[in-house]
Design a protein around this ligand. Structure first.
Ligand SMILES: Nc1nc2c(ncn2[C@@H]2O[C@H](COP(=O)(O)OP(=O)(O)OP(=O)(O)O)[C@@H](O)[C@H]2O)c(=O)[nH]1
Ligand SMILES: [Mg+2]
Ligand SMILES: [Zn+2]
Length: 292
């Protein structure tokens, strides 16, 4: 039979068949030998066994897969921040956007908790940079309707730091989910990882993954993008690439760089460019062989 992995925990995988039945499976030894583990979102072939454990026999080819959060075949990545408690970290948002673009995933930027303060200055940055960007309030439900049109027939992933309100937003979209949400007040506003693993749910005619928040350290390991590919992971740079004076321009400090010029005259957002420089610093000395 074929089905979709909706959750993996402690070596058990929960596979949903097309008729909606859920089967608890183990991965077959051969998959473990090849060192590939099924991920939430994977389409798999599996066998249902009368008197033994059901098994996942094969993982069907993936369109893409994210390391952090671990999900395969993602269409939309909702990158969630809160305007306060915890405050947005634009370099984290921009790294997630770059990873989404690198994997052919559509990034959607969301600022939650607008009851605490306005998200306008952030919304302006990302709208100007050309992304779908929304300010929402999970508490009142304001703005959340905007998500529905993205969800249908797509695999949607919600990501963002612990405590930004990912589970709260999903509960707003579909109260029957009844996801556990947590207080951020106890631990220096950092949240406590209320959501523990990735799980897929059917919401608004599509599939959605609630995921556990990540730390910035984990994000550093999330995925390495080669420095040559990095400019292409900032979509608003694209019209300037090729316009620079030097073919080998890294768009960091060169004379006659069209990207730098666009930053200077405000066509590219300063914070986005700073994030580019930050990621460039992290990856500039990584050699190709280290990525294998
Ligand atoms: N003021 C305010 N608080 C909110 C809003 N949305 C969520 N919260 C609160 O923020 C806290 C964290 O919410 P969660 O939904 O658990 O956050 P999460 O992103 O799922 O966190 P993890 O599962 O740990 O990654 C809870 O106390 C929520 O009540 C909002 O719109 N306004
Ligand atoms: Mg959660
Ligand atoms: Zn340049």
């Amino acid at each position: 039979m074929t089905g979709k992995v909706i959750k993996g925990i402690g070596g058990f995988y929960y596979v949903k068949s097309p008729d909606g039945e859920i089967y608890e499976c183990k991965a077959r030894g051969v998959l473990r030998k090849e060192k590939v583990s099924p991920l939430a979102g994977d389409n798999v072939e599996f066998s249902v066994n009368e008197n033994a454990q059901n098994t996942i026999d094969e993982i069907l080819p993936r369109k893409n897969c994210l390391v952090r959060p671990p999900v395969a075949n993602v269409d939309n990545l909702f990158i969630i921040s809160s305007v306060d408690d915890p405050k947005p970290n634009l370099s984290v948002i921009d790294k997630m956007i770059a990873i989404a673009c690198h994997n052919d995933i559509n990034p959607i930027i969301v600022f939650n908790k607008t009851d605490i303060c306005s998200a306008k200055k952030y919304e302006d940055i990302y709208t100007h940079a050309g992304f779908d960007c929304f300010s929402v309030c999970a508490e009142s439900g304001e703005g959340i309707e905007n998500f529905k049109k993205f969800f249908k027939d797509r695999l949607n992933v919600l990501t963002g730091n612990s405590g930004v309100g990912k589970s709260s937003i999903l509960n707003r979209l579909d109260p029957s989910l009844n996801l556990t949400t947590g207080s951020t007040s106890k631990k220096l506003g950092r949240g406590r990882h209320t959501t523990k693993c990735v799980e897929l749910f059917d919401v608004c005619g599509g599939t959605v993954a609630d995921t556990a928040g990540f730390s910035s350290l984990e994000l550093e390991k999330a995925q390495i993008i080669r420095k040559e590919e990095l400019p292409y992971c900032f979509p608003e740079f694209s019209e300037y690439l090729g316009e620079c004076k030097f073919v080998s321009c890294t768009h960091t400090k060169e004379k006659g760089c069209a990207v730098l010029e666009a930053v200077e005259n405000g066509d590219i957002e300063k914070t986005r460019f700073e994030s580019y420089l930050g990621i460039y610093e992290q990856v500039k000395n990584i050699k190709d062989w280290e990525l294998r």
